[in-house]
Design a protein around this ligand. Structure first.
Ligand code: GTP
Ligand code: SPV
Ligand code: MN
Length: 613
């Protein structure tokens, strides 16, 4: 199916003039008006006033200056992974872990969905940059959307405005991203058919990606990664495919600068699945005296080799879309401070005096709470007051631990990468990869218990390669191959690779490791390895610390807990190897030989004892 000027708008690879494209999308979606966004403070004030008038935004009382609570529709609370699709000409280019669609069929389906989908609504045009505008690792995009919440959020999460628009108008490459909540207000004759609601959305949802023509079409949801198209859709799914073609990496990672008590600095990236601790790690207040952590990014990292052959990373985002539940003065003082004002809170509970609350904010809930759906709540309600995927949206600039170089367009040199899932058993607190290929294997085979960040069964363990299962815009086995080849090109400049697990549990279901600021104790060991100061124990999981090399004396861990945290049990790893074999089987001959060799190596190690490296 084709549109007005006979150019297929989703599958065509020619990047059209931005004004022609906006006209084409408007022709299809038929909004009442088209408004170009300039990213200014005045525009933000106007949007907020409009949101308050419509009941989308509820102003919070002091002390939350300029902050608002938003309640989504009850069925629009997280990413919809089974409605998220990747269209490639050859199904093998999407691979077995993605929902593949034929590009031509998908375009036809989208044209049907989007036809008239913005009737009676405003279509905002949001030109944005991922990364500092014009930077060597940065990329441009234009999102059109009929969601006020999406416009406001894009203004915080990306660099919106005239600078990005000028580059796009001047012909720089850019990614078109179309978003509609699927809630038209008028019919084709302009007759009003319904009133607008505070959170417009549709029962039909479809989050569609065309990695070959670098386009995004998202329908029916206003929430998070479904709707802020610069984030998961562009900066991970489309960007990962760009990176494969152009020799760089787009990854679901946090990025920090670690300064040791001796004043040495290292940059560490970490791939943890959704709701597995990236934001908390990125803003950590170390419990070890003399250590400093500065925040560069909490969710996405783009990495590229520089002219000296080192791996440089930027955070392409400009804000944080963080999980609210569990965030408190005690667990994450930096995040807690950062939320002083200018924050949009989504699906949090509300106190009797109108402020926000979520599980974990205070040890016990205050009296008279209203839950995230707007219903009265008491502890007897038997369900959480805040939605488990309740979020805050706030500008990076408000983070008290933000590193001065966070928006350096050249990025920072990465010294170490951590891969960490949520595993109650099996995986030790930390293990260093024996070499690059083993590190890629650790990343490829990581698994995690499912969280509330996506629809589905919370708690179920699933393989989540590189924490990218729902975010790799191409065949995951090719992603591992891409990492292997990056490692070859980086050679001696390659960062050291580690696996971590903060979530191991005891028999009563309690966490064995205190986590949060105490994760600095793991960083201390990581840095000691980078600086070549400690030996490690060779196990099926990789190179694990000797108990005496972790600073834990003042933690008051019960007898045997540290040993349990550092155990990589061969029998458990034999079962792990079975899970990996099952994962690998799905990829057929796309699986890199090095990954087969690593699995064989794991098999041989689960039969014997460890040694010392
Ligand atoms: P996304 O934004 O979905 O990508 O999540 P994230 O990876 O940034 O996770 P976040 O830091 O927001 O943490 C998610 C949940 O895990 C929160 O409820 C935290 O309180 C909890 N959490 C984070 N770090 C730790 C830790 O070290 N130990 C334990 N036990 N829980 C943690
Ligand atoms: C995640 O799920 O990893 C998030 C939230 O960061 S969302 O933006 O909705 O994808
Ligand atoms: Mn995330």
């Amino acid at each position: 199916m084709t549109l007005i000027d006979e150019t297929p708008i989703a599958t065509g690879s020619e990047r059209p003039d931005v004004h022609a494209w906006v006209a084409q999308v408007a022709e299809l979606t038929q909004p009442a008006r088209v408004v170009w966004c300039d990213g200014s403070g005045a525009e933000r004030h106007r949007l907020i006033a409009m949101g308050v008038r419509k009941g989308t935004l509820e102003p919070l009382p002091e002390p939350h200056y300029g902050s608002y609570l938003v309640r989504s529709a009850p069925d629009d609370v997280a990413r919809v992974e089974d409605r998220t699709v990747i269209a490639t000409t050859d199904p093998d280019d999407a691979g077995p872990t993605n929902n593949w669609r034929d590009p031509v069929d998908l375009e036809a389906e989208l044209v049907e969905l989007f036809e008239g989908s913005m009737r009676g609504r405003t279509m905002w045009v949001v030109p944005f940059s991922m990364g500092p505008v014009g930077g060597p690792i940065s990329q441009l995009g234009v999102q059109v959307t009929d969601s006020l919440y999406a416009v406001l959020s894009m203004g915080t999460m990306t660099r919106v405005g005239a600078a990005a628009r000028e580059l796009v108008e001047a012909g720089a490459p850019w990614v078109p991203a179309v978003h509609s909540v699927g809630y038209p207000l008028t019919d084709e004759f302009g007759q009003q058919v319904r009133e607008d609601v505070p959170w417009p959305s549709s029962d039909t949802k479809l989050i569609a990606h065309f990695p070959e023509s670098r386009q995004i079409w998202s329908y029916g949801s206003g929430y998070g990664g479904n709707a802020l198209l610069g984030k998961k859709c562009f900066a991970l799914r489309i960007a990962s495919a760009m990176g494969r073609d152009q020799g760089w990496l787009a990854e679901h990672m946090l990025l920090v600068r670690v300064t040791t008590p001796e004043g040495k600095q290292h940059h560490v990236a970490g791939a943890f699945p959704s709701a597995c601790g990236k934001t908390n790690f990125a803003m950590m207040t170390p419990s070890l005296p003399g250590w400093k952590i500065e925040t560069l990014g909490d969710d996405i990292v783009w990495m590229r080799r520089d002219s000296e052959g080192r791996l440089r990373a930027i955070n392409p985002e400009a804000g944080f879309f963080g999980v609210a539940p569990g965030t408190s003065e005690a667990t994450n003082p930096a995040a807690h401070q950062m939320l002083w004002g200018n924050t949009i809170f989504t699906n949090c509970a509300q106190t009797a005096d109108g402020d926000v609350w979520w599980e974990g904010l205070t040890p016990t809930p205050p009296q008279g709470l209203t839950d995230w759906r707007g219903e009265p709540w008491s502890p007897e309600s038997g369900k959480p007051a805040a939605h488990p995927n309740a979020r805050f949206t706030v500008a990076a600039e408000q983070c008290p631990t933000l590193a001065d170089s966070w928006d350096d367009p050249e990025g920072v040199v990465v010294d170490a990468v951590l891969f960490g899932g949520r595993r109650a058993t099996t995986v030790p607190l930390v293990a260093q990869a024996r070499d690059w290929a083993h590190g890629v294997f650790l990343g490829a085979t990581m698994a995690s218990e499912k969280t509330a960040a996506a629809e589905g069964t919370v708690g179920e363990v699933r393989r989540d390669p590189f924490a990218m299962l729902p975010f790799t815009g191409y065949n995951a086995a090719d992603h591992w191959g891409h990492w292997l080849s990056q490692g070859e090109q980086l050679g001696e400049h390659a960062p050291a690779l580690f696996s971590v697990n903060w979530f191991r549990k005891d028999d009563d279901g309690g966490f064995l490791w205190p986590g949060f600021g105490d994760n600095s104790r793991v960083l201390e060991w990581v840095v000691a390895r980078l600086e070549g100061r400690v030996d490690a124990v060779d196990t099926p999981a990789g190179l694990v610390p000797r108990a005496e090399d972790l600073t834990t004396a003042d933690l008051g861990l019960a007898e045997g807990v540290l040993e349990q945290l550092l155990t990589a049990d061969p029998a458990e790893y034999a079962r792990e190897a079975d899970g990996v074999e099952e994962l690998f089987a799905g990829f057929g001959d796309r699986l890199p030989q090095a990954m087969r060799d690593q699995l064989a190596e794991l098999r041989s190690r689960t039969a014997g004892d460890g040694g010392t490296a």
